[in-house]
Design a protein around this ligand. Sequence first.
Ligand code: 2IT
Length: 446
Amino acid sequence: MYQLDAFMADVERKNPAQPEFIQAVREVAETIIDVVNENPAYLYAKVMERLAEPDRIFIFKVEWEDDNGEVQVNRGYRVQYSNVLGPYKGGIRFHPSVTLGTLKFLAFEQTFKNSLTTLPMGGGKGGSDFNPKGKSDGEIRRFCRSFMMELQKYIGPETDVPAGDIGVGAREIGYMYGTYKRLRDEHTGVLTGKGRNWGGSLIRPEATGFGAMYFAEDMVRTQGDTFAGKTISVSGFGNVAWGAVMKATELGARVVTISGPDGYIHDPDGVNTQEKWNYMLALRASNNDIVEPYAEKFGVEFFPNRKPWEVKVDMAFPCAIQNELDGEDAQTLVANGVRYVVETSNMGCTAEAVQVFKKAKVLFAPGKAANAGGVAVSGLEMTQNSMKLSWLSEEVDERLKQIMKAIHASCVASGKTEDSSYIDYIKGANIAGFKKVADAILDMGY
Ligand code: 2IT
């Protein structure tokens, strides 16, 4: 039998100074421990201990030259967490906050998220503490080249398939793919999020945001409520937020905020036109990491150094980074009558925030379920690459929709509570994601 406290004490002892990893493991352990304790095969095979440890981790030096001719040194990582369900799969993050603990938490989450997608993908994550902010195109290219010179030793289309994440979009994937191709002389599906002319899938750039909205639509529908007409706050202004505001608008809702590290903008009419969406892309491409110019351009209010969670909305979608929404933010949202919170960034809410939502019976979707659309379309990109075919955007979008529906249904099936109108999506996602991985571990022995 597992005791949660003893198990977590062991995880804490083995992973000192990695609070995000411990937070992510605790959240899963809390919700699956009964399932494990009731299943002698899981207990005998020690699945909990085995899933609290990544298969392997690579840490490497990335040397590159900046525009002043100065040599710079960053640290690169790839965490290969679990390949029980398929090749390691997960994004690469370039952000100054990246540490080994961050990437271990992301790779852990990715393992269960990928399991939920129903596609054959294991879990992994990589990245660097490189800060793309203010870097020239040449600097980004030289960094990506150097990063891939080392990473290429550990990845492959049947082994480990990285993609983008914060700070890594189509441009960076292009530079990394180009480097891989030159070194290996192979044109393969070793990365996803590729350009559409060279093996990328349609809808991949939009997929995370689209998927979160499909998931949210099902949450709302399950309550007998309607999505159209809802007021929504979104944080971030990058790729994920961009997909989210476009799909929310198409489905009849109104997104009234986007944000950056500098503050948030409040656009009461909605971030709802092609011009505004294109401007988000331009802001992102400028590499300045600020959202304030949107307020000037569209004549709306900007709130410096504040978070969008103080705006009264029906639904909130954190789309930026882990732990961006804390207990206090959660209390403000609840006081303002929020009904649904859909974590679109990975672990966007602190453990305290999650407790506040739970207590207030706010329906809360965890990132590993709600944001799985991105990696799901990455999985579909792998399928297309294997077939050496590309699907039309309608086909990819339809498959994405079906996958999000299936994830929602498995969350509902495993997340029922005594209160028939309240679904514990965290429990549902964790149990459904965990069971598949754990059963595969049993099938394969050790
Ligand atoms: O967090 C995520 O799921 C991603 N960054 C996407 C990973 C992927 O392999 O597409």
